[in-house]
Design a protein around this ligand. Structure first.
Ligand SMILES: NC(=O)C1=CN([C@@H]2O[C@H](COP(=O)(O)OP(=O)(O)OC[C@H]3O[C@@H](n4cnc5c(N)ncnc54)[C@H](O)[C@@H]3O)[C@@H](O)[C@H]2O)C=CC1
Ligand SMILES: O=C([O-])CC(=O)C(=O)O
Length: 348
């Protein structure tokens, strides 16, 4: 066990890389968490430490990762935990990673929209995209950083300019919308939410979050008013948490749960499914399913990331109207992201 004074001393060293566990990082599936010291990053790292397929869990943040890594390294599961800090540590943390999951960046405060975070968070995404191009060009990249609708097009544009873009390997994580839809529908129907299946398509702000209740399993039964209220609650659930936390940030624990489930599915895809099992997750990816160049739909995951885009679920008339309403909003965010990405290619 490393004693805390040694960690403090080490953290002043310029290399800023530490390994905890038996004999350093072992070969195997490597998952890097960028933003690992934050509200989402810490519980997400805890959940990922429990995945037996991960042999190296590589934690990066601007500071404080040695403490988080030392703490996690005492858990008796397979993954060796490595800690990296600062800008210099980013590429080292991501070196030859199989999966990079990114909960780095600023969260909302009450009164803010997710879009208000672009100014700060675009540069974080840009740094990660540049580092990924050099350190792990074949990795699956899962961005949690808001606003997802803009951040993913920024990253795609930068990766394209660097010649390392593979649309099957870049994901905006929207699984919290699915987790919430399952929780709220389960509550409404008075059934175990784990047994609920409901696709959520589109993007990750307000009206661009579209739960397809017509395809819910078990079938959703409610009046039109109840259905409208339920959809509105799913769309505004992030704001519900921001208000409840009253200035102390946005969803962290439910997001960590949703992101770890998503990463576990990516891992299942990489490892190959057992028999006929199909690994399906909704995520915001490059898409030709609608007029929007990026769009979340259910995806089949495989060893190279997206194996197949299942496309739009069947929609009823109300859902078709909601889709028409959301597309201009989503397209504007995507254009903004592409433009920002082009501007950042030379300046990041
Ligand atoms: N996709 C989704 O469904 C959700 C997305 N989010 C977003 O996730 C992001 C993180 O949220 P929290 O963990 O609550 O925030 P937080 O502030 O608690 O943690 C963010 C961490 O990122 C680190 N960071 C900032 N810039 C960095 C950089 N350049 N390199 C490495 N690390 C850096 C910070 O030091 C901090 O530890 C926010 O943008 C938030 O809006 C939050 C909830 C749901
Ligand atoms: O609402 C926020 O700012 C965080 C988020 O994306 C969510 O909880 O869905």
């Amino acid at each position: 066990m490393l004693n805390p004074r040694l960690i403090t001393q080490l953290s002043r060293e310029p290399l800023r890389a530490f390994q905890f566990g038996r004999g350093g990082c072992r070969r195997g599936l490597k998952v890097a968490v960028v933003g690992a010291g934050g509200g989402i990053g810490q519980p997400l790292s805890l959940l990922l430490k429990q995945n037996p397929h991960i042999s190296t869990l590589s934690l990066h943040d601007l500071k404080n990762t040695p403490g988080v890594a030392a703490d996690l390294s005492h858990i008796n599961t397979r993954a060796t935990v490595c800690a990296f800090e600062g800008k210099d540590g980013l590429k080292k943390a991501m070196d030859k990673a199989d999966i990079v999951v990114v909960p780095a960046g600023m969260p909302r405060k009450p009164g803010m929209k997710r879009e208000d975070l672009v100014g700060v968070n675009a540069s974080v995404a840009c740094e990660v995209a540049f580092a990924a191009s050099d350190a792990c060009p074949g990795a699956l990249l899962a961005f949690i950083t808001n606003p997802i609708n803009v951040i993913v097009p920024i990253v795609a544009t930068i990766l394209k300019a660097k010649g390392t873009y593979d649309p099957n390997r870049l994901f905006g994580v929207t699984s919290l919308d699915v987790v919430r839809a399952k929780a709220f529908v389960g509550d409404f129907l008075n059934v175990d939410p784990q047994t609920v299946d409901v696709p959520v398509i589109g993007g990750h702000t307000g009206r661009t979050i579209l739960p397809i209740l017509s395809q819910c399993d078990p079938p959703y039964k409610g009046t039109d008013e109840e259905r409208e209220a339920l959809i509105h609650r799913i769309q505004e659930a992030g704001t519900e948490v921001v208000k409840a936390k009253d200035g102390l940030g946005s969803a962290t624990l439910s997001m960590a749960y949703a992101a770890s489930s998503f990463v576990n599915s990516l891992i299942k895809g990489i490892k190959g499914s057992d028999g006929d099992e199909c690994i399906v997750e909704c995520a915001y990816v490059e898409s030709d399913v609608t007029e929007a160049k990026f769009f979340a739909t259910p995806l089949i995951l495989g060893p190279q990331g997206i194996k197949d885009n299942i496309g739009l679920p069947e929609l009823d008339d109300v859902e078709k109207q909601a889709l028409d309403c959301m597309l201009p909003i989503l397209k504007e965010s995507i254009e903004k992201g592409i433009k920002l990405g082009e501007d950042m290619v030379d300046h990041c």
